[in-house]
Design a protein around this ligand. Structure first.
Ligand SMILES: [Zn+2]
Length: 298
């Protein structure tokens, strides 16, 4: 119908780098398998802190050119993952990074947090109706960890999925389409515990000044809530690490660990986990899916 591959996956994220941290393995795997993998990023991440001292001038409180720089980082990351369809919600710069919760930047008129959800969702409805994905991946209602742009990305993605399927909604945005399965990014509690145990064991060999805590990991839930697990072949794990490295202003990667601008070491997960929140699981109750498309291909 749209000339695209049979399997189509759409991911919605808040800032450049979130996709590589959360879904790098998944994106690389499905791209390599010939599925259409599309990423919609809602802001340019203009308010991020900058790790390399040589690039510190890009920051919002200095030159305020970090957004344009991160467009380039995202393109490099997508090249590492083999993903060719990456877009910004409403076009690059339509919505600005809102900063951390409670920051004055939350209330700027162009901040994503200030956006009307239905208005922002309409941009995504057009993408959904064009690509007609069977699978949509986004965050949980808390955005994984409470960042305003992540919460808003969740709201916009969920609302867009609803509106895209509504036959009476904005026919100028394309033929209505119902997404078959919606997933939220998750990390099982046991995996986080094990990852941090591995980190603490590495101790003095770590190139980071301090070790983070399980509370730094977004989307952590009890193991029972995980419905789906995507395992990495080594090549996809390597692609994920390379994609994360491409976001050099935001992420420092070392082996199987990484740190954000807070310099706190975290485990780099090469298996990715999801909670199916809409649509039917493709496996019997009590089993975990190993394919986001399980059950949707007739
Ligand atoms: Zn983010």
């Amino acid at each position: 119908m749209n000339g695209l591959p049979a399997r189509r996956l759409l991911l919605v994220h808040a800032h450049p780098d979130d996709e590589s941290i959360n879904n790098g393995v998944t994106m690389a795997k499905y791209a390599a398998e010939g599925a259409h993998v599309a990423l919609v990023t809602c802001t340019l991440g203009e308010e991020g802190e900058v790790i390399p001292p040589g690039l510190a001038h890009l920051a919002a409180d200095r030159d305020d050119t970090l957004g344009a720089h991160r467009v380039g980082e995202l393109a490099a990351a997508m090249a590492e993952l083999g993903v060719h369809d990456h877009r910004f919600l409403g076009g690059p710069g339509r919505f600005r990074d809102s900063g951390m919760m409670g920051a004055p930047q939350n209330h700027r008129p162009e901040a994503f947090w200030s956006a009307d959800v239905d208005e922002a969702a309409a941009y995504l409805v057009e993408v959904i109706r064009e690509l007609r994905p069977q699978v949509l991946v986004t965050y949980d209602p808390d955005g994984g960890y409470g960042h305003p742009d992540h919460i808003q990305a969740h709201r916009v993605a969920m609302r867009a999925a609803e509106l895209a399927a509504e036959t009476a909604f904005r026919r100028d945005l394309g033929v209505p389409h119902a997404v078959g399965k919606i997933y939220w990014n998750r990390v099982p509690h046991s995996v986080v515990e094990e990852g941090f145990a591995r980190l603490r064991a590495a101790g003095a060999e770590l190139p980071f000044p301090a070790v983070g805590s399980p509370g730094d990991v977004p989307g952590v839930v009890a193991d029972e809530r995980i419905t789906t697990e995507i395992e990495a072949k080594d090549t996809f794990a390597a692609a994920k690490a390379a994609a994360m490295r491409a976001h050099a202003t935001q992420i420092a990667v070392d082996g199987s660990f990484f740190a954000l601008s807070n310099d706190l070491a975290q485990p780099l997960f090469t298996r990715e986990y999801y909670e199916l929140v809409e649509g039917r699981p493709g496996v019997p109750a009590g089993e975990r899916e190993h394919d986001l498309f399980a059950g949707v291909e007739a």
